[in-house]
Design a protein around this ligand. Structure first.
Ligand SMILES: [Zn+2]
Ligand SMILES: [Zn+2]
Length: 150
């Protein structure tokens, strides 16, 4: 569940072929854009960035393709905006901090000590409640560095 490897710089083409999905231009463009953004982005904003290269309907199809092979994750912001980010196997497990002023989303890595404690807690809960828990999420809400300065 928790991996602490640093994000490796991967080429979009490599990502697609590693996941046994055919290499198409729109898929390459979407992955390239998400790799360069390096954090969650609202689908609408991605649409604006790609408007001259990828048609809207194509963009939605690519998003669903990438989701189906588990390399793209959706995050719902506090104001209910769907955001996406790449979730590659070598992307470290992380959390998100939502800025309530500028609506930015910042990737947050919590300490290994904390994550291990949380994992232990979850194992204890599994035993107690007789359930299987596969993952956890934890969102932080506040004001980002840039907004604090202004
Ligand atoms: Zn902010
Ligand atoms: Zn965690």
């Amino acid at each position: 569940m928790s991996t602490y490897n640093k994000v490796m710089q991967k080429k979009p083409r490599e990502i697609l072929s590693n996941n046994n999905i055919s290499i198409t231009n729109p898929r390459l463009l979407v992955i390239e854009e998400l790799l360069s953004i390096k954090k969650p982005i609202a689908i609408e904003d991605l649409q604006i960035r790609l408007k001259n290269t990828v048609a809207i309907s194509t963009l939605y199809r690519v998003i669903s393709d990438l989701k189906s092979i588990n390399i793209l994750e959706e995050i719902i912001s506090p104001d209910n905006i769907t955001m996406i980010e790449l979730s590659l196997l070598d992307t470290s497990h992380h959390h998100h901090m939502f800025c309530e002023k500028c609506r930015d989303v910042i990737d947050i890595e919590l300490s290994e000590v904390f994550e291990n404690k949380l994992d232990n807690e979850i194992r204890t809960l599994e035993n107690k409640l007789q359930m299987k828990i596969n993952d956890h999420g934890l969102e932080l809400f506040g004001v980002c560095k840039r907004c604090l300065k202004n």
